[in-house]
Ligand binder design. Structure first.
Ligand SMILES: Nc1ncnc2c1ncn2[C@@H]1O[C@H](COP(=O)(O)OP(=O)(O)OP(=O)(O)O)[C@@H](O)[C@H]1O
Ligand SMILES: [Mg+2]
Length: 257
């Protein structure tokens, strides 16, 4: 049985149908990368999984528990097992870096102040930002904010990590650092990871499998080797970055959300 199962998931915002019939299995311990054009629903997929958005139909199972229409109690239980790096980091500006990273620890776990400080230090250290506990989000560069967001996600030692564009906007050294971190969390702690990225090079390095979302469906799933060899035109064009010359402005705008 898969750790996470999306079955026939439907999701619309008003007239905009993001997912029509989305099916995807994610296995324990694997690292899967979700790719697809802007506005295709990659961030929505992650938010449905942690119950931040509600589905219109279908089923989402996490370790056998139904997420769709789940009680607050079930959602809290599930969220404790999942760490999420939001697109754009989403730090609390009124909290110091240290308090931001400590947030999930205070929310969910009964830990002493000493243990919290230790965990915060360890988490900042693993994203290459040791000792910046007393800084404020406003004083950080975009790349630093992203890494603090990642430190916050890993601080709770989750079983599953959701990364929404973890390397976007980072310089090449930090891209490598984050990719290594994703790999080491998977190898050392057997963390299951779901990574959303536009960075195909990172995707090929960090993932066991890739899944592509297009027009409301998962249109491809496979290993990096399989995706490199696929004959599917939409997938090829996407990973090779071929622009569709025939696309009119209206279609582009619709896709962009
Ligand atoms: N809370 C919301 N209310 C209304 N529409 C939404 C909401 N969240 C997402 N959408 C719409 O759903 C579609 C999918 O959004 P999503 O953020 O998942 O795209 P994405 O694939 O992550 O794109 P990107 O690569 O640009 O981050 C978009 O058209 C977006 O405008
Ligand atoms: Mg997104």
């Amino acid at each position: 049985m898969a750790l996470i199962e999306f079955r026939g998931v439907q999701k619309a915002f008003g007239p905009k149908r993001v997912f029509i019939d989305l099916n995807l299995d994610i296995h324990e311990g694997e690292s899967i990368t979700i790719i697809g054009g802007s506005g295709m629903g990659k961030s929505v997929l992650l938010k449905l999984l942690i119950g931040l958005l509600e589905t219109d139909g279908g089923s989402i199972l996490f370790d056998g528990e139904q997420i769709v229409n789940a009680s607050p109690k079930t959602l809290t239980k599930v969220r404790r097992r999942i760490g999420m790096l939001f697109q754009g980091a989403a730090l609390f500006d009124s909290l110091s870096v240290g308090e931001n990273v400590a947030y999930g620890l205070r929310e969910h776990l009964q830990m002493s102040e000493e243990a919290i400080a230790e965990r915060v230090h360890e988490s900042l250290d693993s994203v290459g930002l040791p000792g910046i506990e007393d800084m404020w989000p406003a004083d950080l560069s975009g790349g630093m904010k992203k890494r603090v967001g990642l430190a916050r996600a890993i601080a709770v030692h989750p079983e599953v990590l959701l990364y929404d564009e973890p390397t976007t906007g980072l310089d090449p050294i930090n891209v490598t650092r984050i990719n290594r971190l994703i790999l080491s969390l998977k190898e050392k702690l057997q963390v299951t990871s779901i990574v959303v990225t536009h960075d195909m090079q990172s995707a090929f390095i960090t993932s066991d499998r890739l899944a592509m979302i297009d027009d409301g469906h998962v249109i491809f799933q496979g290993t990096p080797d399989e995706i490199r060899r696929t004959e599917d035109r939409r997938v090829r064009d996407f990973i090779e970055g071929n622009a569709d010359e025939d696309l009119d402005t209206e279609t582009l705008l619709r896709r962009g959300g």
